[in-house]
Design a protein around this ligand. Structure first.
Ligand SMILES: *Cc1c(COP(=O)(O)O)cnc(C)c1O
Length: 493
């Protein structure tokens, strides 16, 4: 059993059990204790495909999965599901490189992990001889919901229910969700904001009466949230893939270090980079980019994590997060796997809303990470400048990371080859991107998407084209206190 809870070393599970459980029952997250022993020989990855690199990474991290199962999951997730065979192509833009993570079925980086998670869950069920039907419950502020729906669509033995705030997602995101096909997909708008949806779902997860009822129907709840190792592990792959591509293009040599700049919210994406580094990838700095919700920027620079602060609704909504769950996994490794220390910090967080790390850990953080933050005005200027100079269109999240990298270079003079991870197609956030380029505020996002494409000469991803003509399949809206009733009707089906 190679995984344990960040908060208790006695809570040990296998990889497949960790995928099934999602979160440990003491509230901790599952981590692989001997991560540092899982080294990858990069030379052996040269000229290999994305799927082949995936196999190497997943085999090390999902160590109780039979090899055929891993290969099967990878092939189901990535064969013909992405609009490019490269899966995550690396392109040069100005003085840096960009790894495009948005070529999946919903044009957001979450596709990379959510395309494979359903298969990892089904495989884990088979391996642990479980017969129940899995009901995936998800609250979304936009991107996760659609990517999870697309991932779980028509997967045998699963149903997926997504709740989104009626007025809290972009028009493109809403259109993507309400037109979702698949016999096992359910989407419901709620009269409330994202926090209401999220706390409503959390309540359902712990509702004893409901869970007992579920068991009578041979059903269990599970989560598609990024606390699941089944979402984290597939993200390690593109860090290795990017590095190998840079060697193949003669931009770096084996063992050269590189920087990654990552638009960060829940700390899942950038944590996968930290994992890659532990597994032997030569990374110099991991650059953590935040927007106005800059709790991580403060943390990296002061060692104090403080959630008692104002929440801002920004033009990069997928990064609007105050409590970055996956940071707990980083703390576990920085405290040399001392579960008690992690538990103390997490208790502080829930009781006082803040915690402070010790001097030694603070120094470790500054040697591994750089924290920056970029607000709306500079994000918009960056989108405009990069388009005018290089003809490359950044989305609002990627632009935050791009500008943070520039700030980092100005501040440190570091000339290391650097990569920005691009997390969404600009067309998913057409309204904000259009405003950045042309300084006009348009209301109809679906129409603006076509206008944006016409004016920039850049093609709209196929999955977003014609959204306005697709039939609306899910028009259910419910009050927050009716979420349980809605779930019960679906469970009985
Ligand atoms: C989810 C998301 C992020 C944040 O990623 P984390 O893993 O939560 O840090 C950034 N950009 C986009 C477009 C996203 O959908």
């Amino acid at each position: 059993m190679s995984y344990e809870s960040t908060r208790n070393s006695n809570l040990k599970v296998t990889a497949s059990e960790a995928v099934l459980n999602g979160i440990a029952h003491d509230g901790g997250l599952f981590v692989m204790r001997n991560l540092k022993d899982k080294k990858i020989d990069i030379e052996k990855l040269l000229y290999k495909s994305y799927a082949e690199i995936s196999r190497k990474v997943l085999k090390l991290m999902l160590d109780d999965f039979p090899e055929e199962k891993i290969n099967d999951c990878i092939s189901k997730a990535y064969t013909k599901k992405f609009s490019t065979e490269e899966i995550t192509p690396v392109v040069k833009v100005g003085g840096c490189y960009i790894t495009e993570l948005f070529h999946g079925p919903t044009s957001a980086f979450k596709d990379v992990a959510l395309s494979i998670l359903p298969h990892l869950i089904t495989a884990s069920y088979e391996m642990n001889d479980r017969q129940d039907e899995v009901i995936i419950l998800t609250a979304t502020s936009g991107d996760t919901g659609k990517a999870a729906l697309e991932g779980f669509k028509d997967i045998k033995g699963t149903k997926i229910i997504v709740f989104y705030p009626e007025n809290g997602v972009s028009q493109v995101q809403k259109a993507q969700m309400v037109t979702q096909e698949g016999s096992n997909t359910h989407v419901c708008a709620i009269k409330g904001n994202f926090d209401d949806a999220q706390s409503g779902v959390k309540k359902l997860f712990t509702d004893k009466n409901l869970i007992e009822n579920l068991m009578e129907y041979n059903k269990v709840f599970s989560s598609a949230n990024s606390i699941n190792i089944g979402r984290l592990i597939p993200q390690i792959v593109y860090y290795f893939y990017t590095y190998v591509k840079l060697i193949e293009k003669d931009i770096i040599k084996l063992k050269d270090k590189i920087n990654f700049s990552v638009p960060t919210g829940n700390f899942g994406n950038i944590l996968a980079g930290y994992y890659a580094k532990q597994m032997g990838l030569p990374i110099n700095k991991l650059i953590c980019a935040s927007n106005e919700n800059n709790v991580l920027f403060d943390f990296i620079n002061t060692g104090i994590y403080d959630r008692n602060r104002q929440f801002y609704k920004t033009i990069s909504p997928s990064m609007d997060i105050i409590v970055s769950s996956n940071l707990e996994r980083l703390l576990y490794f920085l405290y040399d796997k001392d579960n008690n220390e992690v538990k103390k910090l997490m208790d502080d967080l829930s009781l006082k809303g803040r915690y402070e790390v010790n001097e030694k850990v603070k120094n470790k953080i500054s040697s591994e990470f750089y924290g920056g933050c970029v607000f709306a005005k500079d994000t918009e200027t960056t989108i405009k400048e990069v388009f005018e100079k290089y003809g490359y269109l950044l989305d609002t999240h990627t632009a935050v990371a791009y500008k943070t990298l520039e700030d980092y270079k100005d501040e440190t003079g570091d000339n290391t080859i650097s990569v920005v991870l691009s997390t969404a197609s600009p067309f998913k956030f057409s309204r904000s991107v259009y405003k950045a380029l042309f300084d006009t505020e348009e209301q109809q996002e679906l129409e603006i998407m076509y206008e944006l494409s016409k004016k920039t000469g850049i093609e709209i991803p196929t999955n977003l084209q014609g959204l306005e003509n697709k039939p609306v399949i899910h028009n259910k809206v419910c009050e927050i206190d009716k979420m349980e009733e809605y779930v019960r009707t679906i469970v009985k089906q």
